[in-house]
Design a protein around this ligand. Structure first.
Ligand code: ZN
Length: 248
């Protein structure tokens, strides 16, 4: 399996550098949740754009588990990547969903939409749009997101078509040629684990957070835990999270 690894010899540094539009070199902003996929993307970005060229943003959108934000801070710090926390206190006022609601956690399928109740409508396109606004002001042309259309929950905003369409919209709306990178788009969860190992991200994955229940060690029962476990099992790679235990 060929993974989408690319090494950059570019060494632009500092926010004052010239943007290199539409290029794979330059600086990149990773949309970083502190989870398995975005941690892998962070290391992919470091490999692709080089140390000093990678930045991360984490959205505080009222997710029920603050452990996600703690994980993001810890991993970004250990990878020496500047992290910006951006608050969005909106999703929880728009609708009920499993990730921002206050009731008992429920990741079953919504009978009307046929999507998991963990689907937060508009989340990824809003994250990417706000990330682009941040990137615009900081001369960053590359956005990196861990969305994938394989082996996942069928979220419509994780599809290639959605990302391509949004990239074009951002280009038109800001007159700036952002490139949205989706290194995991066509990888299975097992392939994502293998990519993380190849990138040297396994130590960081020990601190990443996946469990929808917000538990650490993970509950092992929710859909996110099951998908993560399946990926490591199929990849034949030990799960680092279980080995290290509690993050504090
Ligand atoms: Zn879980």
């Amino acid at each position: 399996m060929e993974f989408p690894l690319a090494c950059s010899s570019n060494s632009i540094s500092g926010f004052g550098s010239q943007r290199r539009e539409g290029s794979k070199v330059g600086r990149a902003l990773v949309i970083f949740s502190g989870g398995q996929d975005s941690t892998t993307c962070l290391y992919w970005a470091l490999r692709t754009f080089g140390d000093g060229n990678v930045f991360a943003c984490t959205f505080d959108y009222g997710q029920r588990h603050r452990i996600e934000i703690e994980a993001a801070r810890k991993i970004a710090r250990s990878a020496n990547v500047p992290l910006t926390l951006l608050p969005i206190d909106t999703f929880r006022h728009l609708q009920q969903n499993a990730l921002t609601g206050t009731g008992a956690f429920d990741d079953s399928i919504n009978p009307e939409s046929h999507l998991p109740k963990t689907f937060v409508p508009g989340r990824n396109i809003i994250f990417l749009t706000l990330a682009a606004a941040f990137a615009y002001d900081h001369q960053i042309a590359n956005l990196v997101t861990g969305v994938a259309q394989t082996d996942y929950s069928g979220y419509p905003d994780c599809r290639q078509e959605t990302i391509q369409s949004l990239q074009q919209t951002l280009h038109l709306a800001m007159e700036s040629r952002f490139e949205i990178h989706t290194p995991l788009m066509n990888l299975s969860k097992a392939e994502t684990v293998m990519l993380a190992q190849k990138l040297g991200a396994m130590e960081a994955l020990a601190w990443s957070h996946t469990c929808y229940q917000g538990l650490r060690p993970p509950c092992g029962q929710c859909s996110a835990c099951r998908l993560r476990a399946k990926g490591f099992e199929e990849a034949g790679i030990p799960e680092p999270l279980c080995r290290i235990g509690d993050m504090h």
